[in-house]
Design a protein around this ligand. Structure first.
Ligand code: ASP
Length: 643
């Protein structure tokens, strides 16, 4: 009789890809697990005695009042009521004396809000639903009230019902009713609570709000501007509270943190939002190890109890090692397929392309080995890999297969000499049916290309059913010893900060600042989780002279914009350092959500729009007048280009 119920729960718990979707049951379980010290009072101050999700056999015989949404109704006999905590079955009374209650409960459309009062009774033997946390009981209703009726919905409030993201964002308030969004937002709230507890109560941090109307910060991300009523004067929305948190250290606050909203006008990228949230931290009298230990402790303390515990300390890798072995500064260390330098093996090769590359400055030959690639990668895959390399990196990629008879299958097979082949097998630990991708060229470019292909091939193998990355594994990694400056992309003769202009140089490289600044390493550290950067910070320059030199002489920035900070550093600024964790990205990885938009209540679309309210929106010339602003409308062709 209850197969429809168990089907609902099976559907609710259907996997969405990387992790299993939580069902209403696990949501209520995690709520209870989270409150290790005291069980939160979920029904204080309101018109219910209990939540739908909390009722169990221990409540048998109790008179309860519940408020919730009608999830569905079956044959006008049962109704399943839902609130944030879970689902409960309500028995619709059939006797004549309760006709008015029956009418309310049978006529209210699905997703209407009702209040019911009645007794908790046990389900008849054989009709329990073990998959439903409240599956042993049901509610025998005495009274019911329709609190608000629901019109026809644009989509069903069931996680297994597929809907486009545009529709979800347009009706976000409805999308939020689903179990997955409820789980994501509640888990986020719990983790932030734990972080506050750890920082404030266990380590004496002070939670301080900093302004969001500020001025332009030189160097770094593009900022949003906000008009002011003074002609030609604008505020900027801060890309992070960086300057304020340093000034708080000068002000003797000693340990600052904030759940800080940051703004960056950087255009659309899948894992970015124009406004996002950081757990922003700054400490006085601290070094790199101090900050790293703090963050390891913070994550360990706030880690959800339904996930495998976080192991500390996190491993660490230098920027140079990360680039050489993984071709990126944010390596996904959950699987191997590392980049291997095979230049020495091919010093006297007859393959022209390789010879050519080795004769150039910084020329190298690099390779990655894709385990069982011959079995899982199709000819088309190899062709699109080669095309990608040409289109995006202007690089050749040579595929080399090791056949079962240990001979080579490759366009260059006949040029691979015996000792080269043996060397390749040894260096790359090649097994039969593996594919090796070889590229040659300038060191950095070759590594970045293979770094991209490594991830691409991992995705391809996984799409074909190979388990390379355990979805339950959280692989944290510190990346350290970054260069202080990098050549600007648009003009490589000029330097820009690798992190931001306030980052201190590595103490042993300070002398190079005045002679070869491009060689200076910094005291900047990034935190990487499963191949995504989830945090970054640095020990800061606390000497005004040094800060002025970096800004003016190396970065060629206008120091006047930062005169307040430079002045503050001159008035006894303590040595200090900090870090910021990207909360949205962290939560996205923790919950296994496909996008950071799934861990934000009201995110912007990929193009930076709020699809529910249509922001950004136009305003009238009249409204613009106080700001002394006029719109210069783009021509039709420019508009088209912008689209
Ligand atoms: N403000 C920096 C950022 O947003 C983090 C830091 O250096 O603390 O990346």
């Amino acid at each position: 009789m209850f197969c429809w119920l168990s089907r609902l729960f099976r559907d609710l718990s259907r996997s969405t890809g990387r992790t299993t979707q939580p069902i209403w049951g696990s949501l209520s379980r995690s709520l209870i697990l989270s409150s290790q010290r005291s069980i939160p009072e979920l029904s204080s101050f309101v018109a219910r005695t209990n939540t739908c999700g909390e009722l169990r056999s221990s409540h048998l015989g109790q008179e309860v009042t519940l408020c919730g949404w009608i999830q569905y109704r079956r044959q006008n006999i049962f109704l399943v009521l839902r609130d944030f905590h879970g689902l409960v079955q309500v028995v619709i009374p059939q006797d004549e004396s309760a006709a008015s209650v029956k009418k309310i409960l049978c006529e209210a459309p699905v997703e209407s809000v009702v209040q019911v009062s009645g007794t908790v009774i046990s389900r008849p033997p054989g009709q329990e639903n073990p998959k439903m946390p409240t599956g042993e009981i049901e509610i025998k209703v005495k009274t019911a009230k329709l609190l608000n009726s629901c019109k026809k919905l644009p989509f069903e409030i069931k996680d297994f019902v597929k809907k486009t993201e545009t529709l979800r964002l347009q009706y976000r308030y409805l999308d939020l009713r689903g179990a997955q969004m409820q789980y994501n937002l509640r888990l986020r709230s719990q983790m932030v609570m734990k972080m506050r507890e750890y920082l404030c109560n266990l380590h004496g941090f002070v939670d301080i709000e900093t302004p969001t109307l500020f001025k332009r910060t030189p160097g770094g991300a593009k900022e949003f501007v906000v008009p002011s009523r003074e002609p030609g004067k604008f505020y900027s929305l801060p890309q992070s509270p960086q300057q304020f948190k340093q000034l708080l250290m000068v002000g003797g606050l000693d340990r600052y943190f904030q759940v800080a909203r940051c703004y960056r006008d950087e255009g659309s990228r899948p894992d970015r939002q124009p406004e996002f949230t950081q757990i922003d931290i700054e400490m006085s009298f601290v070094d790199q190890t101090g900050i790293q230990s703090l963050i390891e402790g913070l994550l360990q303390y706030s880690w959800p109890s339904d996930k495998d515990p976080v192991m500390v300390p996190f491993p660490s890798m230098t920027f140079a090692e990360a680039l050489a072995n993984y071709g990126t500064d944010k390596p996904d260390t959950r699987f191997g397929m590392k980049i291997v330098d095979i230049s020495d093996m091919f010093r006297n090769t007859e393959i022209g392309y390789l010879q050519d590359a080795l004769s150039k400055p910084q020329g190298t030959i690099k390779a990655i080995c894709i385990p069982e690639g011959a079995k899982y990668l199709k000819r088309n895959d190899i062709e699109s890999i080669r095309k990608f390399a040409v289109d995006h990196f202007n690089q050749e990629v040579l595929p080399v297969f090791l056949r079962a008879n240990r001979s080579w299958n490759s366009p260059v097979a006949k040029f691979i000499m015996e000792e080269q082949g043996l060397g390749l097998i040894r260096l790359l630990e090649i097994q039969e049916e593996d594919v090796v991708l070889v590229t040659a060229g300038e060191n950095k470019k070759a590594c970045s290309l293979l770094g991209k292909l490594r991830l691409e091939c991992a995705d391809l193998l996984e799409a074909r059913g190979v388990v390379l990355r355990d979805p339950a594994l959280f692989s944290f990694l510190w990346v350290v010893d970054f260069p202080l400056f990098l050549p600007k992309e648009e003009n490589p003769q000029e330097l820009e900060s690798a992190h931001h202009p306030f980052t201190a140089p590595h103490p042993s490289d300070i002398h190079l600042l005045y002679t070869e600044p491009q060689k200076v390493r910094s005291q900047h550290y990034d935190l990487v989780l499963n191949g995504s950067e989830v945090g970054g910070g640095s020990i800061r320059i606390h000497n005004a002279e040094l800060q002025r030199y970096v800004l003016a002489a190396v970065l060629k920035e206008d120091v006047k914009l930062l005169s307040h900070l430079l002045q503050a550093l001159d008035y006894g600024a303590p040595p200090h350092g900090g870090i910021a964790l990207g909360l949205d990205r962290l939560m996205c990885l923790v919950t296994g959500a496909p996008s950071i938009r799934d861990v934000i209540a009201f995110p912007k679309s990929f193009r930076g729009h709020d699809l529910m309210s249509n922001a950004p929106d136009s305003i009238t010339p009249e409204e613009l007048k106080p700001y002394h602003i006029q719109v210069s409308w783009p021509t039709d062709s420019a508009k088209k280009r912008a689209r």
